[in-house]
Design a protein around this ligand. Structure first.
Ligand code: PLP
Length: 372
């Protein structure tokens, strides 16, 4: 059978990620591949770490991209910080909180689950009550920007509670980085992971992570080796550590890292505050347009993520047929609902390069046409 080359159409990606990849990043991906221990590549790795420190707003030494998607960043945080017998308090207000519980139990640790209604933020008061009730919690884990619902939680308050009650925080910042304020040092967050394919507008498959000195101390004090060889931060450090002396650990995804580097250079050029403001401005324009079409938001305005807009599918409108219409007629992707919200909502992303006026105009006109 003769299979020919794959040439995808140019879609407009306004779902929950991946977002539209900027042409500068696509161009960077096609640059000549270097050996992964080539001194020029090693220099680029050091720059990538410095750029990630800016994106995370941290001076944490242990800040680097894991060579795998956001779920691997999540797993890296859990397997390094938790040991068999430990307890973690996990806040669940959507799909990704549930995935955190899976990670905790697979570490041989106990997950204490704290549920919140989908479409609402994690409530610090409820978290504080649970921290008071269970004295020996090692890790407090929560999702900053819940992509399955579009709710933004108060990471500063939650990380503060973790410090106050003597535990480490694990923060899912996959959808928050670059889209809303994420201030790792100011908030004293301990282990934070993100993803390349959301507000950084890079291709999927890389997960920036950062660990505080308290998290590093906990990793060094472990009694059991980290059960994952690939995600053991002690070993990864030998490859990504300072000083240019790199021990082979795995073959870095060289060209994918060119893409991440370019996306971070672009974030630095725009400036973090400007990027946050752009997402907020685009969200307001989209929200006004959707409301004029009679489309209602799932999340209350003060807890809403600008970069992920969950809206109820209007009565009498066919979910799958509408999304298929947008794809077939306008090359436009929006996201379906996940988990408890499947079939009830659409998720409209305004992430990174996708957060621009022409995308909003396209979405509003195409959606009005599809629903007419
Ligand atoms: N956490 C959140 C909040 C996400 O939105 C996602 C992906 O959408 C993940 C974790 C997992 O990331 P990935 O799909 O890159 O493995």
């Amino acid at each position: 059978m003769a299979i020919s080359s794959f040439h995808p159409p140019l879609r407009t990606l306004m779902g929950p990620g991946p977002s539209d990849v900027h042409p500068r990043i696509l161009e960077a991906l096609g640059r000549p591949t270097l050996g992964h221990l080539d001194p020029l590549f090693v220099g680029m790795m050091d720059e990538t770490k410095a750029l990630l420190k800016y994106a995370f707003q941290t001076s944490n030494e242990l800040t680097l991209p894991i060579s795998a998607p956001g779920s691997a960043g999540m797993e890296a945080c859990f397997v390094n910080l938790l040991e068999p017998g430990d307890k973690a308090l996990v806040c669940v207000n959507g799909v990704f909180g549930n995935r955190m519980i899976e990670n905790v139990t697979r570490c041989g640790a106990t997950a204490i689950r704290l549920d919140f209604a989908w479409g609402t933020a994690v409530e610090p008061a409820a978290v504080e009550a649970a921290l008071k009730e269970h004295a020996d919690i090692k890790v407090l884990a929560f999702v900053h920007a819940e992509t399955s619902t579009g709710a933004l939680s108060d990471a500063e308050a939650l990380c503060g509670l973790a410090k106050q009650y003597g535990c480490l925080s694990i923060v899912d910042a996959v959808t928050s980085m670059g889209g809303v304020p994420l201030l790792v040092d100011k908030w004293q967050a301990d282990a934070v992971y993100s993803g390349s394919q959301k507000c950084l507008s890079c291709t999927p498959g890389l997960s920036p992570v950062t660990f505080s000195s308290a998290a590093v101390d906990a990793i060094k004090a472990r009694k059991h080796p980290v059960q994952s060889w690939f995600l053991d931060m002690n070993l990864i450090l030998g490859y990504w550590g300072e000083g240019g002396k790199r021990a082979y650990h795995h073959t870095a995804p060289v060209n994918a890292l060119y893409g991440l580097h370019e996306s971070l250079v672009m974030l630095q050029e725009e400036g973090l505050e400007n990027a946050w403001q752009r997402h907020a401005t685009m969200h307001s324009a989209l929200a006004a347009g959707l409301e004029s079409l009679g489309v209602k938001f799932v999340v209350a305005a003060e807890q809403r993520l600008p970069q992920l807009n969950s809206v109820y599918i209007p009565d009498g409108v066919d979910d799958a047929a509408t999304r298929q219409y947008l794809l077939a007629n306008h090359n436009l992707e929006i996201g379906a609902g996940l988990g408890d919200l499947a079939g009830k909502v659409w998720r409209i992303g305004l992430m990174g390069y996708s957060a621009k006026p022409e995308n909003i105009r396209l979405l509003l006109s195409a959606l009005a046409e599809a629903m007419s």
